[in-house]
Write a protein that binds this ligand. Structure first.
Ligand SMILES: Nc1nc2c(ncn2[C@@H]2O[C@H](COP(=O)(O)OP(=O)(O)OP(=O)(O)O)[C@@H](O)[C@H]2O)c(=O)[nH]1
Ligand SMILES: [Mg+2]
Length: 337
């Protein structure tokens, strides 16, 4: 399955129905007053945020979204039926652009937010609308407004404070499942996670930060191998990257260098984000070796950054990691990184 975080669609509003020219017919008054009804409004195409969603994949298979036209009015002052709107569900964090101008026209930030892409055309007025004291029998009516067509690009930008970076199987999803109420899929094969998802990590009673589970990153990711790295550019600018390396790695310093190199080759600015390291799966080595092993890895890594030892399964080091991430997130929130 291919994950989609970027899609272009064509949307079209419904045209307004026409107003009509009609005159009342009564049994004893062959030519009554004007009674042509108005046309109905055309349907709009509207985006609606849904927090359950985390991909734009559905749009890949369905690129044309044309709302219904309004129906024409009819005699006896009957207004035509409005065309139905099309409501497209999108994940939170979707950025909306006009494809042809390249301008950003909106952003979906909260659940249930709505954004109208193209407004349905208004219905035209029937001839009864144009009746006045000086014009008793207007013989004209209005057309409905035409439909509007627009090419729209949707881009998913994750709003996360912390992005998890690691080779497949590093334990990213397990950490998200342990720290938050999110329940990403976890399995002992690579590329279990195919699309990013978010989890909210609580800090005390009133505060929280958002952690993004991302597909694994592999060597060559910046050239398009694997899935994960392309999502990083959609993460909020001021996010902390948590690089995750299992304690069982043959060579954690090299694994760290690989991850850093992929980040840099893909987008040098990613290295300007603050980063930290979590050595995962500590339960796979004896407890008495935890501290010394983490120290040894810390010493082998050239950068001077925070290194946390954790086991999501045995619940080791999670509080320290949570508070360490929070301290950084808070700093960035108050001082903008
Ligand atoms: N022993 C042990 N196993 C763990 C721990 N954390 C994760 N695992 C196991 O490691 C395997 C991979 O875990 P995931 O959380 O799916 O790894 P991931 O980094 O999200 O992997 P991808 O989504 O494929 O990139 C699973 O079998 C987990 O049960 C841990 O703390 N200890
Ligand atoms: Mg995963």
């Amino acid at each position: 399955m291919k994950f989609v975080d970027y899609v272009t669609v064509t949307v079209r509003s419904g045209r307004g129905g026409a107003g009509v020219v009609s005159f009342r017919r009564e049994r004893f008054a062959p030519r009554g007053g004007p009674d042509g009804g108005d046309g109905g409004a055309g349907g709009s195409v509207i985006l609606n945020a849904d927090f359950h969603l985390n991909t734009l994949l559905d749009f890949r298979y369905n690129r044309h979204h044309f709302a219904e036209n309004g129906k024409n009015g009819s005699g006896s002052n009957k207004t035509g039926k409005d065309g139905n709107d099309i409501v497209l569900r999108v994940p939170i964090g979707t950025v909306i652009k006009d494809t042809d101008s390249g301008d950003t026209i909106g952003e979906i930030l909260v659940d249930d937010a709505r954004f109208t892409l193209v407004e349905g055309g208004r219905g035209g007025k029937g001839n009864s609308f144009f009746k006045s004291s000086t014009r008793q029998a207007p013989k004209f009516s209005q057309e409905g407004e035409p439909s509007i067509e627009r090419n729209i690009t949707l881009e998913l930008k994750l709003l996360a404070d912390v992005g998890l970076v690691g080779l497949p199987n590093a334990g990213k999803s397990t950490l998200v499942a342990t720290l938050s109420a999110a329940r990403p899929k976890i399995a002992d094969y690579p590329f279990t996670t195919l699309a990013p998802s978010l989890g909210v990590v609580k800090v005390g009673d009133y505060q929280s930060f958002v952690i993004a589970d991302i597909p694994g990153i592999i060597e060559g990711a910046h050239e398009g191998k694997g899935l994960g790295i392309r999502f990083l550019k959609h993460i909020e600018r001021n996010a902390v990257l948590l690089l995750m390396i299992p304690v069982t790695s043959d060579d954690s310093a090299t694994e760290y260098a690989t991850l850093v190199n992929e980040l840099e080759s893909f987008e040098p600015q990613l290295l300007e984000k603050p980063r930290m390291i979590a050595i995962t799966k500590l339960d796979l080595i004896p407890t008495e070796e935890h501290a010394s092993q983490v120290d040894a890895i810390r010493a082998s890594i050239e950068d001077d950054i925070d290194v946390f030892g954790i086991s999501a399964v045995a619940r080791v080091g999670l509080e320290e990691l949570r508070m360490g991430l929070w301290a950084r997130v808070e700093e960035i929130r108050s001082f903008g990184g």
